[in-house]
Design a protein around this ligand. Structure first.
Ligand code: YYY
Ligand code: MG
Length: 147
């Protein structure tokens, strides 16, 4: 598969549980995918609004921004073959309650709380991965990751 990079975020509620974070990081490391960079961020309202700008007209935007600024977030740059879809599949789809019925082993089924407090983010395409990795880590770091 194509060598890709993606942005994984561990959102505030999961970051508040260090044992869960350790277990998830171990899973990633044992998968063969590479953790290229890690950084804890604590976004301002403006940063969260910019990161999720594509959703600004949606009904959930305000509660999403409020959640994403309620505590620190762990940002992880992952690289590996087809890592964008690999991480999206490992997370599962957006809504944890739905995932608990259809895909109970995915991370959002296991750890997610609500449609908003769903504990994880993953870039959805090569283009958004680039934009999101540059947003969090900066352009020079992005160039290193994709080498
Ligand atoms: O890519 P993904 O995170 O699975 O979902 P998006 O449709 O891009 O929505 C981004 C983000 O918005 C989602 O992770 C939680 C929040 N959200 C929400 O709070 N309520 C919804 N009904 C849908 C999405
Ligand atoms: Mg999305």
């Amino acid at each position: 598969g194509a060598l890709e990079a993606t942005l994984a975020l561990l959102k505030p509620d999961i970051l508040a549980n260090p044992a869960f974070v350790d277990s998830i990081i171990n899973d990633i490391q044992n998968s063969g995918m590479k953790i290229a960079l890690r950084k804890q961020v604590f976004w301002t309202q403006g940063q969260a609004e910019q990161f999720y700008a594509e959703h600004r007209r949606r009904f959930f935007f305000d509660r999403l921004v409020k959640y994403m600024t309620s505590g620190p977030v762990e940002a992880i740059a992952l690289s590996g073959p087809n890592v964008i879809s690999w991480w999206r599949q490992k997370m599962g789809a957006t809504r944890p309650a739905q995932m608990r019925m259809t895909n109970p082993t995915c991370l959002r089924a296991r750890y997610g709380l609500t449609d908003t407090r769903n504990s994880f983010h993953g870039s959805d395409s090569v283009e958004s991965a680039k934009r999101e990795l540059v947003f969090v880590f900066g352009q020079p770091a992005y160039k290193q990751i994709i080498l």
